[in-house]
Ligand binder design. Structure first.
Ligand SMILES: [Zn+2]
Length: 266
């Protein structure tokens, strides 16, 4: 297994974890059966549960320190401790990029009403921000006014469009379906490619069962279409992927073996 850091050309990716738990596979993916899960090596534990990590990806590129997604900040959450242990200084973070605005991706934006990353600009895909901050929609998602809209009020938020270059080596790619404006990051450096997946996939099983949608996909048909397109491309290009919900450290490749696509962690 790779350590917590891995290189894509000159870019460094750092695997960070806020929390991890297990959950029921069939309840999470309602179109699946336990029998199907049992035929995929390495995805179930001894109790037939799947692991579900809430991860953040640190990126060092072009002199900037970027973190992608900010976890859940439940009691006992460890993101800040994990950052410290891996030499990622909270105060040195230049940019916080949010793939989407589900509560398990924005939880450490603010701490006690102050930005957790005091020297950072926060970046949110414009389409995603507009969707979640619609007054009617927002009523059902109280975390938005705790963790998201304060960023705009403090004037530390930038809304960006598809294909925005965060650095010369890191740019945004809209991958909608999981949420309306869900966005991944494309890394390209020194002839190598990397990809921060966000929630295009929730579990490594989707390398093969690419049609399966977790209950968290807000537009399952669109999510399925996006997932096929993205994973096909990542497989074809041999891209190194950082997947925040996959088991720690969440780095790996989509590869083909014996006619089946699978996730091969590194
Ligand atoms: Zn998520």
């Amino acid at each position: 297994m790779a350590g917590p850091t891995i290189k894509v050309g000159n870019v460094e990716m750092i695997a960070l974890t806020d929390t991890a738990s297990t959950r029921d596979p069939v309840a999470t993916f309602p179109s699946s059966t336990l029998d199907e899960w049992r035929h995929v090596p390495g995805v179930l534990n001894d109790e037939d549960q799947i692991s579900s990590r809430v991860g953040t990806t640190g990126i060092r590129s072009g002199g900037k320190l970027i973190i992608v997604d900010t976890g859940l900040q439940l009691p006992g959450a460890q993101l800040l401790d994990d950052m410290k242990a891996k030499g990622v200084d909270r105060e040195a973070v230049d940019i916080v990029f949010l793939t989407h605005l589900h509560g398990d991706h924005v939880g450490w934006n603010m701490s006690d009403g102050k930005p957790t990353f005091p020297n950072a600009r926060y970046i949110i895909p414009r389409h995603e921000y507009e969707h979640w901050t619609d007054e009617d929609f927002k009523k059902n998602w109280p975390h938005i006014d705790v963790q998201v809209t304060p960023l705009a009020n403090l004037d530390i938020l930038d809304l960006v469009d598809d294909g925005y270059n965060i650095t010369d080596e890191v740019s945004t790619m809209e991958t909608p379906g999981h949420t309306a404006g869900h966005t991944s990051l494309v890394i390209s450096s020194g002839g190598e490619k990397g990809f921060v997946l966000g929630d295009v996939c929730n579990n490594p099983v989707q390398a093969h069962f690419t049609d399966w949608c977790p209950v968290f996909d807000m537009d399952p048909a669109k999510a399925r279409q996006t997932r096929h397109a993205v994973v096909d491309r990542l497989e074809a290009e041999g891209t190194l992927v950082s997947a925040g919900h996959f088991p720690d450290p969440g780095f790996g490749h989509f590869v083909r073996a014996q006619g089946k696509r699978l996730w091969r962690g590194v």
